[in-house]
Design a protein around this ligand. Structure first.
Ligand code: 48H
Length: 260
């Protein structure tokens, strides 16, 4: 077969344009492709929902690749082991309810599961704003991460989504954008982003799950951003809470979508 360089360009441009048109409207738009966002995407897509996940970086996985201090192993507690099992991620029993798995295997299998289930992943996109109609978030404003990194003055585009998940990790970027733009109207005790507290794995893991909830009409938090938004502690390299939070936000949204 003779290869035509321009034909290759044409195929990429046409197929990517179709993909981009396909995500102009979705059931759920997830911001952030770390463990929480990926687990949410997998569970929502598996249930047949139209899911798009925006990730600023080239690769999915967020903070999970590096395990703890770049030792590429993660720890999960027994409550989350079933999520590893469901995805065929091998884990080793470390005793007393702790399990450990290879972080590279965990990221790649979780990412593959989200894609196989039908989630559309838009990497290299940063979410820089939200659109709000009648005090409900109705979509996201996206731009190429390269534009953001280069500091170029290039206007973004808007996509519609019924629900948004802030899975942006420690930065809680979507919650902070809403706070900045509409004031202290978040569904938190202060109305704003309270800020993450010092390390305490036991409390942090419980609060991550508890605080996986709606923070503004049609916007939910999942993963580390729950702790930043509600003032929970950090937990270090234990990832069960991130996975369980991703699953919980998917379950909450499935109920909302069925009711709407
Ligand atoms: C597009 C964005 C934007 C944006 C951010 O940090 P993450 O891995 O987040 P979680 O919550 O899934 O997992 C947290 C975990 O990795 C962690 O940090 C832990 C457990 N820390 C404990 C401790 O004590 O430190 O992933 C978030 C992703 C990243 O890939 C970002 O690039 C991406 O979100 N992101 N993508 N538009 N505006 N903001």
């Amino acid at each position: 077969m003779a290869l035509d360089d321009v034909k290759i360009s044409e195929i990429i441009i046409k197929s990517f344009s179709e993909k981009l048109l396909g995500i102009l409207s979705s059931d759920v738009a997830i911001v952030g492709g770390g463990p929480a966002g990926l687990c949410a995407a997998y569970n929502l897509a598996k249930a047949g929902k139209q899911v798009v996940l925006f990730e600023r970086k080239l690769s999915l996985g967020g903070g999970m690749w590096g395990g703890g201090i770049m030792f590429n192993q993660i720890v999960v507690q027994d409550e989350a082991k079933k999520i590893l099992d469901e995805l065929g991620i091998r884990s080793v029993d470390a005793g007393e309810g702790y399990f450990t798995s290879d972080s590279v295997e965990t990221v790649t299998k979780l990412s593959a599961a989200a894609c196989d289930a039908g989630a559309t992943v838009m990497n290299l996109f940063s979410v820089e704003d939200v659109s709000i109609r009648d005090e409900i978030v109705s979509g996201l404003v996206i731009n190429w991460s390269s534009v953001e990194i280069a500091g170029l003055h290039v206007d973004p585009v808007t996509v519609h989504s019924h629900f948004v998940v802030d899975a942006t990790g420690h930065a809680a970027e979507i919650a902070r954008i809403i706070e900045r733009k509409v004031g202290t109207k978040l569904l938190t005790p202060t109305g704003g982003v309270i800020g993450e507290k010092p390390m305490w794995a036991e409390v942090a893991e419980t609060l991550t799950i508890e605080n996986t909830k709606e923070i503004y009409p049609h916007v939910y938090v999942s993963g580390m951003s729950c702790n930043a938004v509600f003032g929970g502690p950090r937990m270090g390299p234990i990832f069960g809470g991130m996975l369980l939070s991703g699953k919980k936000v998917a379950d909450l949204l499935l109920k909302r979508l069925e009711g709407s």
